[in-house]
Design a protein around this ligand. Structure first.
Ligand code: ZN
Length: 184
């Protein structure tokens, strides 16, 4: 296991469509996932996609937040999800704005519209099929990570670049809008 170098905005690997994984059960994928988990923990991130560590494969890992409006800002986070060759589709047209950060866009935050509810699927390195419906922050994390596999960073999803701000300014802004408190 190892901590990998994280690609930053501007690196070509972040702009390309990542390749499908031919064999999700291959030992190389398990080793990649182990390194991605170490890297995400070291960077204190909420999610990580393989292109962010210079690997051209469709693999993402993320912590899925529990969708519980009562919990508000103090909501708990569920365990780690690992997905190979994930797919995500919106359920309905509704979108909502929320603040995002990204380990590949250090020091910045942006207000990003995302589909409120999505269905996502994929397989684990162990071969288990995953299919879930997610909404709110959970849906936001999934859309952010899967975008990395298509070469898209969160600023490209923004509709108002006046809401692309420095992390230090973000700390002064506590809006009621859903937000990713960590970077992904
Ligand atoms: Zn990201």
């Amino acid at each position: 296991m190892a901590i990998l170098k994280i690609a930053r905005m501007g690196h070509p690997t972040l702009r390309q469509r990542a390749a499908e994984v031919a064999d999700p059960a291959a030992p190389g994928i398990a080793a990649l996932v182990a390194d991605m988990i170490d890297t995400m923990a070291d960077a204190d991130g909420l999610g990580l996609a393989a292109p962010q560590v210079h690997v051209d494969q469709r693999v993402v890992i993320f912590h899925a937040p529990r969708d519980d409006e009562e919990a508000g800002e103090e909501q708990e986070w569920t365990g780690l999800t690992v997905l190979v060759n994930p797919a995500v589709e919106p359920l309905g047209e509704e979108q909502e704005d929320g603040w995002e950060g990204c380990l590949s866009v250090p020091g910045l935050r942006g207000l990003v519209p995302r589909y409120t509810q999505v269905r996502y699927s994929g397989v684990t390195p162990g071969g288990e099929r995953v299919e879930r419906v997610a909404e709110g922050l959970h849906a936001r994390v999934v859309q952010h990570e899967c975008d990395h596999l298509d070469g898209i960073l969160f600023p490209q999803r923004m509709t108002d670049l006046s809401r692309l701000i420095f992390e230090s300014e973000f700390r002064h802004l506590r809006t009621a809008a859903p937000s990713l408190r960590g970077a992904a």
